[in-house]
Design a binder for this molecule. Structure first.
Ligand SMILES: C[S@@+](CC[C@H](N)C(=O)[O-])C[C@H]1O[C@@H](n2cnc3c(N)ncnc32)[C@H](O)[C@@H]1O
Length: 396
């Protein structure tokens, strides 16, 4: 719907205004529908943190209301005055031409759009039957008003504000509802988030993690990466996460044996070498998901990106190296007696080795990285990136 005015320029803070492309929503939802064609049947879907007048989420579910057999669609938006960034205020013709238009509420109140019946009596329920109203409050997902809608819904789908991801994640997990939403990839290793992945209460959506996702942005700043037909787009390292099942999740990762990896791996760290054992965990280091040796029965430390391909019939997640997440994989050693050494100068940085406690540490120096030295014993270790500990499931 066309926007008719730009009235307001708010404070330039974190940009939460990334609008999801229709094709991204469609591809992800198709994966759930392929796995279970009745996944949305008789369900109430809530789209919080939306902007229903121009959101592709609202458009997608309203267009498919009958095809999916939905019971009810609810979409809510956040009041313009509550948005802490440089988004221009966008009053739509849809709102201004409606008898419900209220000059006082338009910027201070969120909006709610509901689709559940054939309003215009054309014997179809579709986007033309959306009913709207102002919310009592500003549409903050943390408000009691939106929590009530969350509790009424069966499935919650959105692209929430990235700056509030921890609160949104907790909000959705406490709801015990089905969900699919978009999150910054880096947030996954957060200690408040990862345990849910470990316990299989959340998993990656179907879409590949590579290349990030493209979002339309209405920001007036130059925080965008390309323009198409005058629209600004930003690439963000974002991914879908969900607790709705899909086929990709049950597809095992094709892998070689340890011997085959050592012989043929494309990775120089592996070809012709042994897999390294951590100095402080009873596990081997596997720096790439595709280099996981299929016949290894012990614990393996793998990159966080393993979660993109994780198939619960193939592997079990036991823990992670982040503090607070490695209870099931005890550290065999800590590094208080070590000193961090600058790899360029060979001199101490002034930091103690306790800095690397909880990381996966490998014996020896890694070029182009600071390392940790025990001056008494001469032992040297370097830390890996965050790792997830996995174990192969026993094959029946
Ligand atoms: C990343 S945008 C996504 C918009 C829409 N879901 C989409 O993808 O097209 C996040 C939206 O959440 C809104 N928002 C920010 N803080 C919020 C809060 N506390 N409660 C509800 N919505 C909020 C932002 O203003 C923005 O419209």
């Amino acid at each position: 719907m066309p926007r008719v005015s730009k009235m307001h320029k708010a404070k330039n803070e974190k940009n939460n205004e990334f609008y999801t492309m229709f094709s991204d929503i469609e591809r992800e939802m198709n994966a759930y529908l392929d796995y279970n064609p009745d996944v949305f049947k008789d369900k109430t879907i809530l789209l919080p943190c939306d902007d229903p007048e121009w959101s592709n989420f609202t458009k997608y579910f309203a267009q498919n209301f009958e095809r999916f057999g939905l019971k009810k669609l609810i979409s809510t938006s956040y009041a313009a005055d509550s948005k802490p960034n440089d988004i221009p205020y966008q009053l739509t013709l849809f709102e201004v031409n409606s008898p419900k238009y209220d000059k006082k509420k338009t910027r201070s109140h969120g909006k709610i759009f509901i689709l559940e019946r054939d309003i215009n009596k054309d014997k179809k329920i579709n986007i033309n039957d959306l009913e709207w109203n102002y919310l009592k409050g500003d549409g903050d997902f943390r408000s009691l008003e939106i929590k009530k809608l969350r509790d009424e819904a069966d499935i919650i789908i959105t692209n929430p504000p990235f700056s509030l991801f921890k609160e949104f994640f907790a909000w959705i997990m406490e709801s015990k509802k089905q969900f699919a939403f978009i999150i910054n990839k880096a947030s996954i290793s957060n200690k408040d988030v990862f345990p849910f992945f470990m316990n299989q209460l959340v998993w990656s959506g179907k879409e590949d993690w590579k290349g990030g996702m493209w979002f339309e942005t209405f920001s007036e700043s130059d925080d965008y990466d390309k323009t198409i037909d005058g629209k600004k787009y930003k690439n963000v390292a974002a991914i879908w996460i969900t607790n709705i099942d899909h086929g990709r999740r049950h597809k095992p990762i094709p892998l070689m044996t340890m011997e085959e990896n050592i012989r043929y791996s494309k990775y120089s760290e592996i070809r012709g070498k042994e897999y390294q054992k951590y100095d402080n965990y009873d596990a081997i280091e596997v720096p790439y998901t595709s280099a996981i040796p299929r016949d290894y029965t012990g614990l393996m430390g793998v990159p966080i990106t393993f979660l993109e391909k994780f198939c619960p019939e193939q592997f079990e997640i036991i823990g992670a190296t982040q503090r607070g997440c490695h209870k099931n994989v005890p550290e065999l050693k800590t590094y208080e007696e070590y000193k961090e050494i600058n790899y360029k100068t060979g001199k101490p940085t002034g930091s103690s080795g306790s800095k690397t406690n909880g990381n996966g540490n490998l014996p020896g120096i890694k070029e182009k990285n600071n390392y940790f030295l025990n001056e008494k014993t001469g032992e040297i270790v370097h830390s890996t990136f965050s790792r997830i500990f996995i174990k192969a499931k026993e094959q029946p």
